[in-house]
Design a binder for this molecule. Structure first.
Ligand code: GDP
Ligand code: CA
Length: 341
């Protein structure tokens, strides 16, 4: 397993990537780790292009993230945001620290010069030796919107940018449906399909299945590339004991009719072998799945459906617990390869 590719969102994705990087360094010092990061949460704010998941992953791997607050950089000040608020620019529910804003200014400046996002990401990450190659899922702007009943105009629908629904309303307005604007016309960023084709292991991080992983898989060519890969595809459950651990991802699953449990999430992704009874049977991507020990009872039925499932501790409390999960994913992948022979 010298070439590992991880599909990731923000918080869950970055914690897992940290563990996978450390585990690979210990097991295979010459291994390469590539992260294909969700861009469907990105937005324009105060004239700047903001990329929340890419930033969370970058700051976490660089050791610069604010672990207390859960987002942004450690030791932040918010002088610029305070000034912008006085001008009435931006949104009161989406504050960005000064250091965070400087990254967004750099990013936007390059984008306006015509530099594509994947090259922008490569320039931003060049500042720190993070040990992971970060790729945006796509260079194009394709954003998740959430359709809700308009709280101010009963009887009519309102389409909110995902960040507004998530951050301003804390996902408390029931989602009628998700709209992926531009995703069906988007292209994988340069490097994404090559990374998947060269992978010896592909991992779906324990990220939000609906708005972090599905939004990557929905880019035309992505799901097909996973299904065509000779590498095992192993997913890590973002759900433990019927709860989403951190955040409000259950609101997203509920909106698409998927139960908040580790087995339903696996069936949602579907077995690549096509033996699963889930709704994605014909387009499944998983060979293996890791669930927490409290969910051990789902291992046998999922395995019978073609998703080889193992129960291991899945709480990512620190880099060591995340690395143990990465080790379990590597071990399961090696076993899947042995069984294949
Ligand atoms: P976001 O983009 O910041 O929302 O982050 P992601 O989409 O990458 O991940 C969010 C999801 O990570 C949450 O909905 C949780 O289900 C999952 N998650 C967070 N912490 C843990 C953990 O310690 N263990 C596991 N298994 N999942 C976690
Ligand atoms: Ca996100």
């Amino acid at each position: 397993m010298k070439n590992v590719v991880v599909l990731a969102g923000g918080v869950g994705g970055s914690r897992f990537l940290l563990g996978m990087r450390d585990q690979l360094r210990a097991q295979h010092p010459d291994a390469t780790l590539t992260a294909i990061v969700n861009t469907a949460d990105d937005l324009w704010l105060a004239g700047l292009r903001i990329t929340p998941d890419l930033d969370t992953v970058l700051y976490t791997l660089a050791g610069l993230n604010d672990t207390q607050r859960g987002w942004g950089r450690v030791g932040e000040t918010e002088r610029v945001s305070a000034e912008l608020a006085a001008w009435g620019i931006g949104h009161p529910w989406f504050t960005l620290g000064d250091l965070d804003l400087s990254a967004s200014i750099a990013r936007t400046s390059w984008l306006r010069e015509g530099v594509p996002l994947h090259e922008v990401v490569s320039r931003l990450q060049a500042r720190w030796p993070i040990g992971v190659r970060l790729l945006p899922a796509t260079d194009e702007e394709a954003e998740t919107h959430v359709v809700v009943d308009d709280p101010d105009r009963p009887g009519s629908e309102l389409s909110l940018h995902f960040q507004e629904w998530w951050t301003r309303y804390r996902a408390s307005l029931p989602a009628l449906r998700f709209e992926q604007l531009g995703l069906a016309e988007a292209h994988p960023a340069p490097g994404v399909l090559d990374a998947l084709a060269a992978a010896e292991l592909i991992v779906l991080a324990p990220s939000n299945p609906v708005v972090s992983i599905d939004t990557i898989l929905a880019i035309p060519g992505l799901r097909e590339a996973l299904r065509a890969s000779p590498a095992p595809v192993v997913g890590v459950s973002p759900i433990i004991g019927g709860a989403v651990v951190r955040g409000m991802a259950d609101a997203c699953l509920t909106a698409i009719g998927v139960a908040t449990d580790a087995a339903a999430a696996a069936r949602h992704y579907g077995a690549r072998s096509g033996a699963a009874s889930g709704r994605n049977t014909s387009v499944g991507v998983l060979d293996g799945w890791l669930v927490d020990e409290v969910d051990a009872s789902v291992a046998a039925p999922l395995t019978a459906e073609g998703i080889e499932t193992r129960a291991v501790p899945l709480w990512m409390r620190d880099p060591a617990t995340s690395a143990a999960i990465a080790a379990a994913a590597l071990e399961l992948a090696e076993q899947l390869l042995r069984d294949d022979r």
